[in-house]
Design a protein around this ligand. Structure first.
Ligand SMILES: Cc1cc2nc3c(=O)[nH]c(=O)nc-3n(C[C@H](O)[C@H](O)[C@H](O)COP(=O)(O)OP(=O)(O)OC[C@H]3O[C@@H](n4cnc5c(N)ncnc54)[C@H](O)[C@@H]3O)c2cc1C
Ligand code: FES
Length: 252
């Protein structure tokens, strides 16, 4: 059931990303997502970037619904339902957490709960976010930019490879563009490191009924959005194709 909540604050995180906070008393675990209804526009899936009594979503502006979310001001109302999906499993392993672009947002509730080394990656310096907050929870926070404007000059996978060469990790937990996740998963397969990755697919119902989020035989809304490396091994669409709004298979 959709609940109407009042926006408490809107914080600019980077050039094209804003964090929208609101009070909503519902239990959630790190990595879960919600469906956000913008009246008169659309309903879209968004990961939770805070999971206390005060919840938040961190939104990158890409199209109509995300632009409408960027236009919100405190006091405005949105509809929310959920939380949905499985979330990340915390298991005590020595962990490297990797966020690409807005993919760092769903990883923040995890970093507030467990200790891990962190890699935050973006195309360019003014798209980096949560670096200062992540540094409060971890002694090792590395940043990378594709254009070299800040930190390591290279992509998330290249930074992960460098960090793995100089330190010992048992597990990688990651969220970001699927092409990044695919190459990261390949790296984990090659090096024998366990992984959990959060994926995105087109979603309508978010409760496992409509099939619009199918990834092979998995429904991303209920079986994911977090998948282990072993499950990803069986999903041949991972890194290659997805269903579009009309249910057609399109190349990523
Ligand atoms: C589980 C999950 C968690 C997500 N978490 C975040 C997040 O934390 N922050 C963030 O900025 N974005 C997140 N997204 C992506 C976000 O839902 C889309 O960027 C958003 O729906 C774009 O809508 P739009 O109208 O602005 O853009 P459009 O122009 O309509 O679409 C832009 C892109 O978003 C995709 N998209 C549009 N509607 C949906 C939908 N209902 N389901 C899935 N994909 C859609 C389109 O296929 C297209 O690739 C998440 C997606 C999923 C599935
Ligand atoms: S969104 Fe309907 S089954 Fe997943």
């Amino acid at each position: 059931m959709t609940k109407v909540v009042v926006v408490k604050s809107c914080k600019q995180e980077s050039r094209d990303t804003v964090t929208i906070s609101f009070d909503w008393e519902v239990n959630a675990v790190p990595g879960q997502f919600i469906m956000v209804w913008v009246p008169g526009v659309d309903e879209v899936p968004m990961s939770l970037s805070s999971i206390g009594t005060e919840k938040s979503i961190t939104v990158r502006r890409v199209g109509e619904a995300s632009s409408a979310l960027h236009a919100l001001r405190s006091g405005d109302k949105i509809g929310v339902r959920g939380p949905y999906g499985n979330g990340f499993k915390i298991n005590g392993m020595r962990t490297l957490v990797i966020g690409g672009g807005v993919g760092i947002a769903p990883l923040m509730p995890l970093l507030r709960t467990m200790y891990a080394d962190v890699a935050i990656c973006a195309r360019t310096a003014d798209e980096l976010m949560f670096v200062e907050e992540a540094s409060r929870y971890s002694d090792v926070v590395r940043v990378a930019t594709d254009d070299g404007s800040k930190g390591f000059h290279g992509n998330a996978v290249q930074l992960a490879e460098t960090m793995m060469a100089s330190d010992f990790y048992e597990q990688v937990i990651a969220c970001g563009p699927e092409i990044m996740l695919y190459h990261l998963w390949e790296l984990c397969e090659r090096t024998g490191i366990t992984c959990q990755m959060s994926l995105e697919r087109y979603m309508k119902c978010a409760v496992g009924l409509c099939g619009s989020c199918m990834l092979g035989r998995e429904r991303v809304c209920v079986d994911g959005p977090v998948f282990t490396g072993e499950t990803l091994r069986l999903l041949h669409e991972f890194g290659h194709s997805r269903l579009d709004e009309a249910g057609r298979s399109v190349t990523l």
